[in-house]
Design a protein around this ligand. Structure first.
Ligand SMILES: [Mn+2]
Length: 423
């Protein structure tokens, strides 16, 4: 009796299993996995019935026929000594499209990247947090109130290395670049589109905050506008960002901007200089590959052995013939005690001052087409937002050096004579 009962139960379980396999299994049924391309299981498809499949990012920068093209000053006061300014980058006027850039004769378009693809999310919030940090970055300087060319006051902040003035360069806040939150490739295309728009407006993009997958989008835009393999890349990072496989089969991620540039022939290996790498990797094989591509580099080991000044000297020499360059900075090149607010923290980095000196030197020596100061994650920052201050400081040094160039200063290691006493 007892055995019969068990046998009956067992038979029932067995029958249930068979029924599941025969009638309910979904494992080989493509109708429940429409994202699998039947011709290529490695391809993940988007839903063609979803109106967002071809993500257009619904833009709100349609030229308003009532509005005269040109930068728009949002500030109530000419001078906002502390926190009273409307939060734009450095308190600068905003611009919405390339017509505004052209009408304003804009030199530098500060544009936030909200790409957010690091291990710890949060860089998406970086740009708008930085807009609160005017106090460390200069005071309100702009006197223009509307369209057309910007007019500037002669009061405000003077850089204390070069003694140049914010007013010597026309900067605008070009807002943020949005993302497709689920698809880095689509985000890359949007970064490419907006950076190209800035180039078409005759300005230099200064991108900030977003995760480092944005690097490849900036390379693409620069290749679109200035020509493939026709510009140099000076890449500052604690990480080599040339992972050739993965992670997990993704084409674009925050660790392969450099390898993508090389593999897809966007930047010539001989036109790439990498500086600051520490952390784990690259291993022998990746180093061999970077060597075979002609990439030049200055690892943390070299910085420790020979000193930063020597590295600056070598980079200036090696890049001398590049002419036009991009400066690509992952802020994790800076020691993590200065920049807790970044996803790839490394303790053995350089100081903000050292990074700023290099930015000034490269900017004075070269035609800098654009700059990126990436990987600012305010959710990892200290409560005193020390990382935000570093990001603003670096951008400010770029602006100061652009002003120096306008003045005709050509010595990359220039210091304003009245700020240094030699006697
Ligand atoms: Mn990086």
């Amino acid at each position: 009796m007892q055995y019969t009962k068990i046998a009956t139960v067992m038979a029932g379980i067995f029958a249930f299993d068979v029924a599941l396999a025969q009638d309910f299994s979904t494992r080989t049924d493509p109708s429940v996995t429409p994202w699998v391309d039947p011709d290529n299981p490695l391809v993940i498809l988007r839903d063609p019935n979803d109106p967002n499949a071809e993500f257009e990012f619904g833009r709100n920068s349609l030229p308003n026929p009532e509005r005269e093209a040109g930068p728009i000053d949002l500030q109530r006061y000419d001078l906002n000594p502390f926190g009273s300014q409307f939060p734009t980058m450095f308190g600068m006027p905003i611009a919405l499209n390339k017509e505004d850039l052209i009408a304003g004769d804009v030199d530098i378009a500060l544009v936030g990247s909200t790409a957010d693809n690091n291990a710890v999310p949060g860089t998406a919030f970086g740009p708008n947090i930085l807009r609160g940090f005017i106090r460390t970055a200069g005071k309100q300087l702009v006197t223009s109130r509307g369209g057309g060319k910007m007019e500037r006051s002669r009061t405000g902040v003077v850089d204390m290395y070069l003694h140049t003035h914010f007013n010597e360069v026309n900067e605008v806040d070009y807002g943020n670049i949005t993302v497709n939150p689920f698809e880095v490739g689509a985000t890359t295309e949007e970064i490419r589109r907006v950076i190209n728009e800035i180039y078409e407006g005759g300005a230099k993009p200064a991108m900030f905050a977003g995760s480092h997958d944005g690097m490849y989008g900036m390379f693409l835009a620069t290749a679109d506008t200035y020509g493939r393999k026709n510009f140099g890349v000076i890449h500052f990072d604690s990480h080599y960002d040339a992972i050739r496989n993965g992670p997990f089969g993704a084409y674009a991620h925050n660790g392969n901007g450099i390898s993508n540039a090389l593999i897809y022939d966007v930047v010539d290996g001989g036109d790439i200089i990498q500086i600051g790498m520490t952390s784990f990797g690259p291993g022998e094989e990746d180093l061999d590959w970077l060597n075979s591509q002609g990439v030049r580099y200055h690892y943390a080991a070299e910085i420790e052995r020979d000193g930063w000044d020597k590295v600056i000297e070598r980079v200036l020499e090696e890049s001398k013939d590049m002419g036009q360059i991009l400066i690509m900075i992952d802020i994790d090149i800076i020691a993590s005690n200065y920049v807790p607010g970044t996803g790839g923290r490394e303790v053995d980095g350089i100081t903000p001052r050292e990074m700023a000196r290099m930015i000034r030197a490269l900017t004075i020596q070269h035609n800098v087409l654009g700059i990126d100061v990436a990987e600012y994650n305010p959710l990892m920052d200290s409560r005193s937002f020390q990382t935000a201050e570093v990001v603003m400081f670096l951008l400010r040094n770029f602006i100061a050096a652009e002003a120096a160039k306008k003045r005709g200063i050509t010595d990359p290691l220039y210091y304003a004579p009245r700020l240094v006493r030699d006697e």
